[in-house]
Write a protein that binds this ligand. Structure first.
Ligand code: HSE
Length: 308
């Protein structure tokens, strides 16, 4: 491929990771979107192909288009870009579909322009795509999609993203019941205030999870996968959530919760064998209640978006 064109893989991500609503996220190895981005003499951004999902192709209605325009606005580049998107991540599944498209687009453009922008600037551009998709410019999917591994958005203003190591034997199981939950809808049902009692439990768990990831303390990671604020409200939108969670824990998962804004449910396990056993247990619940599903067992993606 010439330097005027690049093909990229951008990973799916699990945001929130139970206790870290809007601040924690992790990139997955086994699922992600592919994109081809091409420099053009014509100014602006065009989505020239979109395969795999029924999503808008108009630049201002497409998350990759909007994120790309945010980058162009800050650039002195006089041309534009054509984008082909090959979606492997289902929209509204809760594993960072919009973040993969936004992040892949801006990362690819930055490469083609000779990397004028920092990683943090790219996160900001990609957040414009999240704003379009969900009504809020959150970074907990785009940061891990860009950096790989686990990330913590320590602050939104100013934006401060911290990368966190991943224990080598940590695997994720993600099950996606085939219903669509729009992030914008699942944000509207949340309360805007929380009690001090719940906040204490939640920040204890965020600290515990980060400490567990740094020290590869799998039991601490498991104990910290609790969400006292968002999960009790959002889980109502997910059929069979309590049973799937119970089955995952009984099968040996370290912990289990809602992936992003749902409806996907994630579990972490120590080792791939255990993660597969957990997948089988989770699937059994959806088979019993007659709901179609997709399931992924994945290692942690440590690279983030990359050229392929
Ligand atoms: N933190 C966001 C939310 C992630 O839970 O709404 C959306 O995938």
């Amino acid at each position: 491929m010439s330097a005027n064109q690049i093909k990229v893989f951008c990973p799916a991500t699990i945001a929130n990771i139970s206790c870290g609503f809007d601040v924690l996220g992790v990139a997955l190895d086994s699922v992600g979107d592919q994109m081809i981005v091409r420099k053009t003499l014509e100014k602006g951004i065009r989505i020239t192909k979109l395969e795999g999902q029924d999503l808008p192709m108009k630049t201002l209605q497409n998350v990759a288009g909007v994120a790309g325009l945010a980058l162009l606005k800050e650039s002195d580049y006089q041309g534009g870009f054509d984008i082909e998107i090959y979606k492997k991540i289902k929209a509204g599944s809760g594993i960072g579909s919009s973040a993969a498209s936004s992040t892949g687009a801006v990362w690819a453009m930055n490469e083609l322009l000779g990397k004028p922008f920092s990683a943090l600037q790219l996160v900001k551009f990609a957040m414009e795509g999240e704003l379009l998709a969900s009504g809020v410019a959150h970074a907990d999917n785009v940061a891990p999609a860009l950096f790989g591994g686990f990330t913590l958005v320590r602050s939104y203003d100013p934006l401060d993203v911290v990368t966190i190591p991943s224990p080598s034997e940590l695997f994720a199981t993600v099950i996606h019941p085939q219903i669509e939950v729009k992030t914008s809808d699942s944000r509207k049902i949340l309360k805007t205030t929380i009690s001090l009692k719940d906040a204490i439990k939640q920040w204890g768990n965020v600290g515990g999870l980060v400490a567990g990831l740094f020290t590869s303390d799998y039991k601490l990671i498991g104990r910290s996968l609790e969400d006292h604020i968002v999960e009790p409200i959002r889980s109502i939108l997910i059929p069979g959530f309590d049973d799937v969670k119970k089955a995952a824990i009984e099968a040996g998962a370290l912990g289990c919760g809602i992936s992003g804004s749902g409806p996907s449910i994630f579990a972490f396990s120590k080792g791939e064998v255990k993660a597969k056993k957990v997948a089988a247990a989770m699937q059994e619940i959806y088979q019993e209640i007659g709901i179609d599903y997709d399931v992924h067992v994945s290692g942690i993606n440590m690279d983030g978006v990359r050229k392929i």
